[in-house]
Design a protein around this ligand. Structure first.
Ligand SMILES: [Zn+2]
Length: 702
């Protein structure tokens, strides 16, 4: 029924398109946005524009593919792969806007639309990747690749295209293709549903405090923030705390009220596991099993085997071996941290066992004891605007980039800050930064692009429009946004992804910017984290928000010493989530899944200590159910082998701003996108393969 409707709809659009060829009031359907730098004209885009734009885009994409199929010449790179690479431009244009806004500024209409679009897009992707004639042409070019004279980039584009067809099921029988289509359609709907349930669960919980005594221990900023939230909910005079991370974390660190910490943290780690209509357990179980079926259909043992084939790690065994090595180093450290906290509890006369909701509180107390340092001492030096100045400074030193704030460029929310990026006076791209939590934004931090870098079919440079989104401590009525050092690190991290997009210098759109394997993509982002607390960088940006005083040298020393504090915990909670991800995706047969039990068994198997919860429990593990990190959450730490080693390349020269090393990093890695094998790129930069030592030393585990 639904399918028929779409066809009718499509025909109607084709007809209108034939009748009038004047400027449309749908911004997506005009040749140009007519805005500075062709940034999407957000204020003109209405929710009602998306569906017609998508349908038109699908039609155009189909026309492009039909042209390839109907071409009677022998298939070549030019008439097949290149045409395919440049097809679907409108679809990319619409999807980038819709996808970004649905993550960072969603509403009921967009969520409903996402549900409607999901099966349509799944079908469209399959229509192309499962098209026999098209695949035969692609295969013919691939089989004859040695006969064409291709650039290295074109060879990589050809290989990626061919493999992507095979991995999408192009070689399957008609019957299996049908099975695959059904699985894909259901999977895409399930991940949409997962994301929506999770956002609703996160927004639903509120810890309301109406008794001043219950605020004991909390810093002024957190209290002011909670009062402001209460006010916005028409609960004047009370204080409301949510389970958004930057709100929850200070509460867990400072609240003297153990039962309230327990209440808040329990609400956090029970997200999606409350047996209500937003529960995600059934969704997850279904996703896992469909992924197993899909992998088997495509000839792989497990979903992890399927995913890892195209990553640097190559096999699940390699990943598990790597995780096990770090796990073995980190677990004793975490156990010692737990023992120290229990010791403190006992010394204070607390007659209870350390629980997960106590960890932040007691580890912070120990940190204070040991280093006389905590977030509230450093926050005043990490005003968000200053931290951004700091990251811009680093980019200027390394790559000669200049960032100028622009207020004449459309934005999708008042919180967005827009910068034009230039080098030697030449325009490089646009960077939007959107920093504070809100109900319309999902948790976490990420970086995307409203337009990626590439060259058009005539070779003209297309500059990127990049967007960076975080959930950082928001300003209050009397204070600016003052970050923890961890939040400052997150900003530098996402900025690293942004640089990867901004400094991309490829020809084809499919291999530009961050189009690299998951376990390589965090190298450009994580390497930036190394600069954030370097004394040379701190003295540039870490200035007191009221007095302008540069962060005192003794605090800098303490920050450095404390940087390896609590790393047992940080490493173990991360590894636990990575192992959980690998356990789900190593299944080789569909099984009856009891999510709670599966998670417990998996964690017991590795011996996760009860005082630590995985960084993400199954029911809110957005990365692996809805964000493309399935069998890939390990990637952050894998990339860390690279970034720890790569930063050494700067350190070894005695100059963290060494321009030659930076130029090499840009030339061999940042500018290359996915045009080359990652290990080859890395070796071209560093002259050798990286070892695991720099990572362990970096985390204080060796
Ligand atoms: Zn990242």
């Amino acid at each position: 029924m639904k399918k028929k409707l779409i066809i009718v709809f499509l025909t109607a659009i084709v007809m209108t398109a034939c009748i009038k060829k004047e400027k449309s009031d749908n911004p997506f359907l005009n040749d140009s946005y007519n805005t500075p730098f062709e940034v999407p004209p957000f204020e003109l885009i209405k929710a009602s524009h998306y569906m017609p734009a998508y349908l038109k885009a699908i039609e155009e994409d189909n026309n492009d593919v039909r042209a390839i199929i109907n071409n009677t010449d022998d298939p070549t790179f030019e008439n097949t792969i290149k045409v395919l690479e440049y097809s679907g431009a409108l679809l990319t244009k619409v999807s980038r806007v819709f996808g970004s806004l649905n993550s960072a500024n969603t509403n009921d209409t967009l969520q409903q639309l996402n549900k409607e679009l999901s099966p349509i897009l799944s079908k469209h992707r399959d229509d192309i990747s499962l098209n026999d004639t098209l695949f035969r042409k692609v295969k013919s070019v691939y089989d004859n690749r040695y006969k064409f004279s291709l650039t290295d980039e074109e060879k990589k584009v050809l290989e990626d295209t061919y493999k992507s067809f095979v991995r999408s099921g192009a070689g399957l029988s008609a019957e299996d293709k049908n099975k695959l289509r059904k699985i894909n359609e259901e999977l895409s709907l399930l991940s949409v549903q997962f994301g929506q349930n999770l956002l609703a669960e996160t927004n639903d919980f509120k810890l309301v405090i109406d008794n001043k005594e219950d605020l004991s221990g909390l810093p002024e900023g957190a209290i002011a923030q909670a009062a402001q939230t209460a006010k916005s909910l028409k609960m004047d005079g009370k204080w409301v705390f949510t389970i958004q991370y930057p709100i929850m974390e200070p509460f867990l660190k400072y609240s003297d009220k153990r039962e309230l910490r327990q209440k808040l943290f329990t609400a956090y780690f029970m997200k999606g596991d409350n047996d209500n209509d937003r529960d995600t357990k059934t969704i997850i179980a279904r996703i896992v099993n469909l992924r197993v079926e899909r992998s088997k259909l495509l000839g792989y043992k497990s979903y992890a085997d399927f995913v890892l084939e195209r990553n640097m790690a190559k096999t699940p065994e390699k990943v598990k071996e790597f995780l096990a090595e770090v796990w073995a180093a980190a677990t004793p450290v975490a156990e010692a941290e737990a023992a120290a906290q229990q010791d403190l509890i006992n010394r204070e006369g607390g007659k209870f066992k350390l629980e997960p909701w106590d960890w932040w509180y007691y580890s912070d107390k120990i940190k204070k004891e040991k280093y006389n340092l905590d977030d509230e001492i450093t926050r005043p030096y990490f005003k968000i605007e200053n931290v951004m100045e700091g990251m811009f400074y680093v980019a200027k030193q390394l790559y000669g980039l200049e960032f100028t704030k622009r207020t004449d460029i459309p934005k999708y929310h008042p919180d967005v800050n827009t910068f034009e990026v230039k080098r030697n006076g030449q325009h490089i791209g646009i960077l939007m930064i959107d920093n504070y939590p809100r109900q319309s934004k999902r948790n976490g931090a990420w970086c995307g692009a409203f337009r990626g870098q590439s060259r058009d079919i005539k070779g003209k440079m297309i500059t990127p429009v990049v967007t960076m989104v975080t959930n950082s401590t928001p300003p209050t009525s009397d204070k600016p946004s003052l970050l923890t050092s961890g939040e400052a690190e997150t900003l530098f991290h996402e900025f690293g992804h942004a640089l990867h997009q901004l400094l991309s210098n490829t020809t084809y759109p499919g291999v530009s910017g961050t189009s690299v394997p998951r376990d390589f993509v965090e190298l450009p982002s994580q390497i930036m984290e190394h600069w954030v607390l370097e004394p040379e960088v701190l003295k540039i940006y870490a200035k007191h928000y009221q007095t302008g005083e540069v962060i005192p040298a003794d605090i800098v020393v303490k920050l450095d010493k404390a940087s390896k504090f609590n790393t047992g915990f940080v490493t173990v909670e991360y590894l636990a989530a990575s192992l959980l991800d690998m356990e789900y995706h190593s299944l080789t047969e569909p099984v009856e899944l009891d999510i709670r039990k599966f998670e417990k068994t998996a964690m017991d198997k590795y011996g996760l200590i009860p005082e630590i919860k995985p960084r993400y429990r199954s029911t809110y593990f957005n990365h692996i159910w809805a964000s493309g990190y399935a069998a890939g959450y390990y990637a952050y730490m894998w990339s860390e082998i690279l970034d720890a080693d790569a930063f050494q390349a700067f350190k070894e020269t005695g100059n963290i701003f060494n321009k030659e090393v930076a130029a090499r990093f840009e030339k061999e890695i940042l500018s290359k996108g996915g045009t080359r094998d990652p290990l080859e790129m890395y070796k071209a930069f560093r002259g050798k393969e990286p070892g695991i030592d720099a990572l362990l030393i970096n985390r204080g585990l060796k």
